[in-house]
Design a protein around this ligand. Structure first.
Ligand code: PLP
Length: 394
């Protein structure tokens, strides 16, 4: 049986009529950039996440970029993040001229290790202004944790450290819109915990647009105003520019599609969790539980429905590369997120990292494989994936 990694056509079939009506309305109105559709979607995201302000932008990458710009982060500064993430996380830091300071990941969650983060911060000196200085001598200006694969980082610890060291937090929530975290103050939503939260609506995300789209949310009203200006070339008043921004505007067609999809997001994420459970049962029945390491669900006992939203279902597997080749030959979709950690990327050689600096990120890059998890996957397809993996290890 053929099993794709992702099939977006199935979801579209259920929304086709509604989408076409909206698209027609926008065509008739000829309002394509910003406007009521974008504003309505921004309000819907605030309501859904509990964030105070939402600013629709062109992509998740630009959401990260514009948050860094709003903080005035620039050349000579550094931002702490994880080396095991999609390129855009550290790419956005480099785009404002700053350096990434990488911290290794926790091997279970694949998210930034809070004990490694604490040790690093404790090892840093402070400058005369009381700012934390990286080992390479840059001023550390922010922490950018990534809620990888739809699982929130250990945010209580991260926010506590951020508070202690006076660092704003930009949550890279590109893969985690809707993911919930049981904080010491109760349930909170990915992106709404730090000073900024950045979402991607790339089509393969749990909430996907019909192209590129993104959003940045924030707590502070002044920052929200600044972000709105920055997404429009830095101008608050037309043709007058106090600062330099860019064209980071979300268009009405994407906002309208996303607004139609948002009410379905929780049920789609629930289906992803059902699929994860079917894998768990299937691998147990096939005797593969000691061979594969399945995703951890550290917040499951909290009772929060969206304790994990499985943007990806990633397992550790022995002989990973051979398994990938075998699955591809058997027409079972799979992918490697991510084969080369960011500290070893050619373009970041200037940061001075080397092989062995982040052993857990390097091990994850060699050992993990993502399996199909999209909501419309059938139990038969999941069994076919399990059977193919069982046949490989037989
Ligand atoms: C962790 C992470 N950060 C940032 C991004 C960038 O989002 P976009 O592709 O919308 O620019 C992505 C998207 O793939 C991502 O997964």
């Amino acid at each position: 049986m053929q099993v794709p990694l992702l099939d977006l056509k199935l979801q579209y079939q259920t929304l086709r009529e509604q989408v076409r009506v909206e698209v027609d309305q926008i065509m008739d109105s000829q309002v394509f950039i910003g406007g009521p559709k974008v504003e309505a979607f921004e309000r819907a995201v605030c309501e859904y996440t509990g964030a105070a302000h939402a600013i629709g932008v062109t992509s998740g990458s630009d959401a990260l970029l514009i948050a860094l710009m709003a903080l005035g982060i620039k050349a000579g500064d550094a931002v702490i993040t994880t080396p095991y993430t999609f390129f855009a996380t550290a790419g956005s830091i480099a785009r404002v001229g700053a350096a990434s300071v990488f911290i290794d990941i926790d091997p279970q969650s694949y998210n930034i290790s809070t004990s490694a983060l604490r040790s690093y911060l404790e090892s840093c000196k402070k400058n005369a202004q009381g700012q934390v200085v990286s080992h390479a001598g840059q001023v550390i200006r922010a922490i950018m944790p990534v809620h990888l694969y739809g699982l929130c980082c250990a945010m209580d610890e991260i926010l506590e450290l951020a508070g202690q060291y006076g660092l704003p937090v930009i949550e890279d929530s590109a893969q985690a819109l809707g993911s919930q975290y049981p904080s010491k103050n109760g349930a909170v939503s990915a992106g709404a915990m730090g000073d900024f939260g950045c979402y991607s609506f790339f089509p393969s995300k749990n909430l996907g647009a019909f192209g590129d789209a993104g959003m940045v949310v924030c707590k502070d009203a002044k920052m929200a105003e600044k972000l709105r200006a920055l997404r429009n070339h830095g101008g608050e008043q037309r043709y007058y520019h106090k600062m330099i921004g860019g064209n980071f505007r979300l268009d009405a067609l994407q906002a309208a599609v996303l607004a139609i999809k948002l009410p379905h997001l929780d049920s789609w994420s629930a289906k992803r969790r059902v699929n994860a459970e079917l894998y768990r049962k299937g691998f147990a029945a096939a005797g593969l539980c000691s061979t594969l390491t399945l995703p951890t669900q550290p917040y499951a006992a909290s009772g929060l429905p969206n304790h994990h939203i499985f943007n990806q279902f990633v397992v550790r597997a022995p002989r990973r590369d051979e398994l990938c080749a075998y699955l591809s030959e058997s027409q079972i979709g799979n992918a490697i997120y991510y084969p080369l950690p960011l500290h070893l990327q050619e373009c970041f050689a200037c940061l001075g990292y080397k092989q062995g600096d982040f052993p857990e990120a390097e091990r994850a890059a060699k050992e993990t494989i993502a399996l199909p998890i999209f909501p419309e996957l059938t139990p038969e397809q999941i069994q076919a994936v399990v059977d193919a993996i069982a046949a490989f290890y037989r």
